[in-house]
Write a protein that binds this ligand. Structure first.
Ligand SMILES: NC(=O)C1=CN([C@@H]2O[C@H](COP(=O)(O)OP(=O)(O)OC[C@H]3O[C@@H](n4cnc5c(N)ncnc54)[C@H](O)[C@@H]3O)[C@@H](O)[C@H]2O)C=CC1
Ligand SMILES: O=C([O-])CC(=O)C(=O)O
Length: 340
């Protein structure tokens, strides 16, 4: 028992190196799902979170009751699946994480999820714009390249859009990139950082190996690694064989991003995460959202970093990315126009 507690405490310390916390309410919409449950668990273990608010169309209160027995200080509340439940869940939130929606099955692209997830994200965004317009919104639901523009259009229509507070969560792409490169190079993944820019699907995921510790990787080894990073999600979809997509690694990635935002909000300087944001980098080419390294601060986005120096091979990857990304973003914008 003592050993178990020691292990648990050690996990908490390792997972989140917070010392003090100020009051931070974090809401999870889609909290009973494959991502929502482990994500909520990790947030319950994070001492920077003082209040955890869980909403789902089914099972929110059950997940909350379960997590509420964990002996960390935060309160956990599950909300009923109705309009007032959603609104109460959102009110006062500093961070709203959205993993609500359907996951892929083998043979599907993320874009194939659009028809179902676009309206789910739109409706949740409407509720968030109403109940907590100043919160940071972290969109996990796919296709991220389109769901993030959907949220921005909903906020714009209500006059509450703040581009510094809207984030598409692309953390899993860099988590994978550092793990995959460490497997090839036989190194410790914690020492590997591969910038990944662009968007979050297929060729819109652009790993910049030339900016990693292993810039000299070339030829087939480079192509295979880039392909694995771009299509890492498919590996999990295939292995789960109809039972969904990445959930546990995504929960870790989402919790890491939320932790980074809380660290930045609580005054830490120099907190940088890759994320898909309203970005000036390729606006001149009609691409209004783009993932790159972003410095976070108390107001959300503090500074959007340039892509930086890329080689000829990566230039081509960026070109292919921009073409797809532009269409994905437009699809989200058009959806809200026709389905406000
Ligand atoms: N951004 C990223 O890197 C990643 C994104 N995803 C995406 O995350 C989403 C969720 O994936 P999973 O958790 O595996 O799916 P899941 O099906 O296990 O869970 C989704 C949850 O959302 C809930 N839900 C559906 N409509 C809702 C609504 N209107 N309000 C509140 N809750 C609602 C469902 O009841 C369910 O509990 C998918 O769209 C998936 O593609 C998955 C992995 C990585
Ligand atoms: O592949 C999927 O559908 C889920 C996802 O976004 C990922 O694992 O990166």
């Amino acid at each position: 028992m003592f050993a178990a507690r020691q292990t648990f405490n050690l996990f908490q310390k390792r997972a989140f190196s917070a010392s003090a916390s100020q009051a931070s309410k974090v809401a999870v919409l889609g909290a009973a799902g494959g991502i929502g449950q482990p994500l909520s668990l990790l947030l319950k273990l994070n001492p920077r979170v003082s209040e955890l608010a869980l909403y789902d169309i089914r099972g929110g209160p059950g997940v909350a009751a379960d997590l509420s027995h964990i002996n960390t200080n935060s309160t956990v509340t599950g909300y009923e699946a109705n309009a007032s439940g959603l609104s109460d869940c959102l009110k006062g939130s500093e961070i709203i994480l959205i993993p609500a929606g359907v996951p892929r099955k083998p043979g599907m692209t993320r874009d194939d999820l659009f028809n179902t997830n676009a309206s789910i994200v739109r409706d949740l965004a409407k509720a968030a714009a109403e109940a907590a317009p100043e919160a940071n919104v972290l969109v996990i639901s796919n296709p991220v390249n389109s769901t993030v523009p959907i949220v921005s259009e909903i906020y714009k229509a209500r006059g509450v859009y703040n581009p510094k507070r809207l984030f598409g969560v692309t953390t899993l792409d860099v988590v994978r990139a550092s793990r995959f490169i460490s497997q090839v190079q036989k190194t410790d993944p914690s020492g590997e950082a591969v910038p990944v820019v662009g968007g979050h699907s297929g060729v819109t995921i652009v790993p910049l190996l030339s900016q990693s510790n292993h810039a000299s990787i070339a030829g087939e080894a480079r192509d295979a690694l880039v392909n694995r990073i771009q299509f890492g999600g498919d590996e999990v979809v295939k292995a789960k064989d109809g039972a969904g997509s990445a959930t546990l690694s995504m929960a870790m990635a989402g919790a890491r991003f939320a932790e980074s935002l809380l660290r930045a909000a609580q005054g830490e300087k120099g907190v940088i995460e890759p994320t898909f944001v309203d970005s000036p980098l390729y606006k001149d080419q009609g691409v209004n959202f783009f993932a790159s390294r972003v410095e976070l601060g108390p107001n959300g986005v503090e500074k959007i970093h340039e892509v930086g120096k890329v080689n000829e091979y990566e230039e081509k990857l960026v070109e292919a990315c921009l073409a797809d990304l532009k269409k994905n973003i437009q699809k989200g914008v058009d959806f809200v126009k026709s389905n406000p």
